[in-house]
Design a protein around this ligand. Structure first.
Ligand code: ADP
Ligand code: ADP
Ligand code: MG
Length: 459
């Protein structure tokens, strides 16, 4: 017998567009919401939209959105019986999910055990291999010792990637092109990982110089049943961080899609996954091989790309699953389909190495129209603070095919009015005119090596 969870008041443990969107979903579902905010976010929209809002601390995330004890305290004080983590912050933190459970607060996401296993990226590789999913050639475990790591790298063959076991958000990744550079690169990677993730352990993967990033959105019910959706292609990346995501992938054939969905189902069902998650692969267009790289045990930034093609609300499904409901029934013949592209609008000066550009949003008027969706929480006149992730909006374009989606994107981007701070809107306007992008000739390093040739950090 499983206990059917039940909750009626949820703490929204996040900020920005994802907090706002979760609040709107709760309003539809009749669930009360309690928002939290740092003093830097005292004028943010998610505060006004929630039923209640409490300040939890000063601007640094460590003292506010990452302050696990404060969040649990606020949840208890306001009698919340669930917590929505969103993405980033504590969304993949197993210790935090455990604290929620110990306080009878339903963490809206996978189990503590799953968060722990998949949060260790070396362990996740092992599990994927056991379940018969193709995994990038590399090490069996993570290393603290440079000597042991080097003998593995020598076996795997150069170039290799060093990755932090606890890494995420594109950070803690380093290319080592030749054996002679290994030791110093490992030591640097180890130190960085320790400083960033509080865990220095590094694992090794063979580095593929020209791959596409392809990922599969999954939903599991925690009982071994799952749904998998058509791939998203997130190959336009800057320093391993996504800037544009689209679906379907222009380079994925029907047969490859079937294989990707099968691999994703094996993993999702094999670990009895609960909630929304994403299984990430790299795809080598030259050989046609694909390899698992990691599983993100949360909702992802680019989930709307899947939503506009399926007509589903993935955030609502996250709540439904957490409430013990079964997986939605998919009517594949009645889905919108077509082609979707998401452009991340970041407060960054793309002409100055994409450096963050906080400041006042003096003008802000997002485009509207057929096939245009904008997910954001910012408004004209708002101050964009320097303390958090620089993403301020997502422009999601839908068309009957890629050509129509690109045409609509061109119009939407040119009608996007934003002034006061530099943003990546200008970058996207430039990007969609690039032949390599229009003709699908990009790989995950194209931006760093071809478009902005000084962008890559490698040794
Ligand atoms: P997605 O895979 O959903 O596209 P990103 O990698 O862009 O997500 O990360 C989503 C958000 O979470 C960003 O704000 C990013 O900075 C943050 N993030 C992701 N992983 C981590 C992590 N391990 N530590 C800190 N922040 C992270
Ligand atoms: P994170 O947890 O930071 O998202 P990932 O392991 O997902 O890290 O890798 C981030 C990005 O780095 C991928 O999207 C892909 O573009 C690139 N990448 C990862 N592994 C490899 C590899 N073995 N070879 C080439 N590129 C890779
Ligand atoms: Mg990743």
């Amino acid at each position: 017998m499983t206990n059917t969870p039940c909750f009626n008041r949820v703490l929204i443990a996040n900020r920005g567009e994802i907090a706002l969107r979760a609040i709107h979903v709760c309003q539809r579902l009749g669930i009360e919401t309690v928002a939290v905010y740092s003093t830097a976010d005292a004028t943010s929209q998610h505060i006004w939209s929630a039923d209640r809002a409490l300040c939890i601390g000063p601007p640094p995330a460590q003292n506010s959105y990452l302050a696990a004890l404060s969040l649990i305290h606020v949840a208890n004080q306001t009698r919340c019986n669930a917590l929505y983590p969103g993405y980033g912050f504590l969304s993949e933190n197993a210790d935090f999910a455990k604290q929620c459970a110990e306080n009878d607060i339903k963490f809206i996401g996978p189990s503590v055990d799953t968060l722990r296993k998949m949060g260790d990226k070396a362990e996740a590789r092992k599990i994927a291999i056991e379940l018969g999913v193709p995994v990038v050639p590399g090490s069996d475990s993570a290393y603290l010792d440079v000597g042991e790591a080097k003998s593995t790298a020598d076996e795997v063959g150069y170039p290799v990637l060093l990755k932090a076991r606890a890494g995420g958000g594109g950070r803690g990744i380093r290319i080592v092109k030749q054996e002679a550079a290994f030791n110093s690169a490992f030591i640097q990677a180890f130190r960085e990982a320790e400083a960033t993730f509080n865990d220095g352990a590094i694992y090794i993967e063979r580095f593929f110089p020209a791959v596409r990033h392809i990922e599969i959105q999954v939903i599991g019910d925690g009982q071994g049943n799952s749904l998998e959706f058509d791939e998203r292609d997130c190959s336009v990346q800057r320093r391993h961080q996504k800037l544009v995501e689209e679906s379907p992938s222009p380079v994925v054939s029907k047969d490859l899609r079937r294989q990707l969905l099968e691999a994703a189902a094996k993993l999702t069902q094999g670990i009895g996954y609960e909630g929304a998650g994403t299984i990430e692969f790299i795809f080598d267009t030259a050989t046609g091989h694909f390899f698992f790289i990691e599983m993100n045990t949360r909702i992802q930034v680019e989930h709307p790309v899947t939503e506009v093609r399926t007509g589903l609300d993935l955030i609502e499904i996250q709540f439904d699953i957490a409430l013990g409901k079964s997986l939605p029934k998919l009517d594949v013949n009645n889905m919108p389909g077509g082609h979707a592209i998401e452009f991340r609008i970041n407060a960054e000066d793309w002409q100055q190495g994409f450096q963050p550009s906080p400041g006042n949003l003096n003008a802000w008027c997002a485009p509207k129209g057929t096939g245009i969706r904008v997910d954001t929480s910012v408004y004209q006149g708002q101050h964009i603070s320097p303390f958090y992730d620089s993403m301020i909006a997502k422009l999601i374009i839908h068309g009957c095919d890629r050509k129509e989606a690109l045409e609509r994107a061109r119009d939407a981007l040119s009608n996007f009015q934003c002034d006061g701070i530099p943003t990546t809107i200008g970058f996207h306007r430039m990007l969609i005119e690039q032949e390599a992008f229009i003709d699908n000739g990009v790989n995950t390093r194209w931006l760093d090596t071809d478009l902005f040739p000084t962008g890559e950090t490698e040794v």
